[in-house]
Design a protein around this ligand. Structure first.
Ligand code: PGA
Length: 254
């Protein structure tokens, strides 16, 4: 059976002292969690600090982006090796905010995914359609293109380290959630696509998270869906109560 993995994307929130406090609270509130996977993704500046708090716990640490070069004159960029050196082992790649505001494309996602994997980081690859695209009925086409482009050239072995997050852009930070059925439909489509691209075993084993206004009150319905294996949580991961509620909901389903 696939695991349920709950990841928190802290986005551009939390100074170092705030991050320290939140990470501590999450650690304390999740000591009873034995089965659900937990990952927290603070801003780059807080990675090393948060790592000190969670390094002896089962909570995984992730960055929110990475550059594909090893080193060089790339002002402001962070390499996979630098991310690793903080203690992080995951990295979110291709989040819709990166695509929307910072020119991320399927090609750059693919370069980042490869660089992450080459350096022992596990990518959480984000895909999802905009509202216009959903209304035009091209959700499957858009998501298929993002997956094929972002994961191009990967081997079945590499896919063992990849998590996919389906995040409809219209549901991110808007309070609008895809209904469990809407989300399940896309997740099933993605799993079918993974079977075509990488074989049935990869399709069966890949964790596909849902993201977009996941909250304690909708987590159970979403996570109960057959092909929804976790959540990438934004707003609700910034408060210990709502984030640990979602994690405890996941634990009960396993
Ligand atoms: P949200 O963000 O939960 O605030 O909608 C999700 C995400 O962007 O990953």
């Amino acid at each position: 059976m696939r695991k349920i993995v709950i990841a928190g994307n802290w986005k551009m929130y939390k100074t170092n002292s705030e991050a320290l406090q939140l990470a501590n609270q999450i650690k304390i509130n999740t000591t009873a969690i034995k089965k659900a996977g937990i990952i927290i993704c603070p801003p780059f500046t807080a990675l090393a600090t948060v790592n000190e708090v969670i390094k002896d716990s089962p909570i995984g640490l992730g960055a929110q982006d990475v550059y594909w070069e090893k080193e060089g004159a790339f002002t402001s960029c962070i390499s996979p090796g630098m991310v690793r050196s903080t203690g992080a082992t995951y990295v979110i790649i291709g989040h819709s905010e990166r695509r929307q505001y910072f020119g991320e494309t399927d090609e750059t996602v693919n370069k980042k995914v490869n660089a992450a994997l080459d350096n022992g980081l596990k990518p959480i690859v984000c895909v999802g359609e905009t509202l216009d695209q959903r209304e035009e009925n091209i959700t499957d086409k858009v998501v298929t293109k993002q997956i094929k482009g972002g994961l191009a050239g990967l081997t079945e072995e590499q896919m063992k380290s990849v998590i996919i997050a389906y995040e409809p852009v219209w549901a991110i930070g808007t309070g609008k959630t895809a209904t469990p059925d809407q989300a399940q439909d896309v997740h099933a489509m993605i799993r079918q696509l993974l079977a075509e691209l990488f074989g049935n075993l990869t399709a069966e084993n890949t964790v596909i998270q849902y993201g977009g206004s996941v909250k304690p009150d909708n987590a159970n319905d979403l996570l109960s869906q057959k092909d929804i294996d976790g959540a990438l949580v934004g707003g609700a991961c910034l408060k210990v109560d709502s984030f640990s509620d979602i994690i405890h909901t996941a634990e009960k389903l396993l």
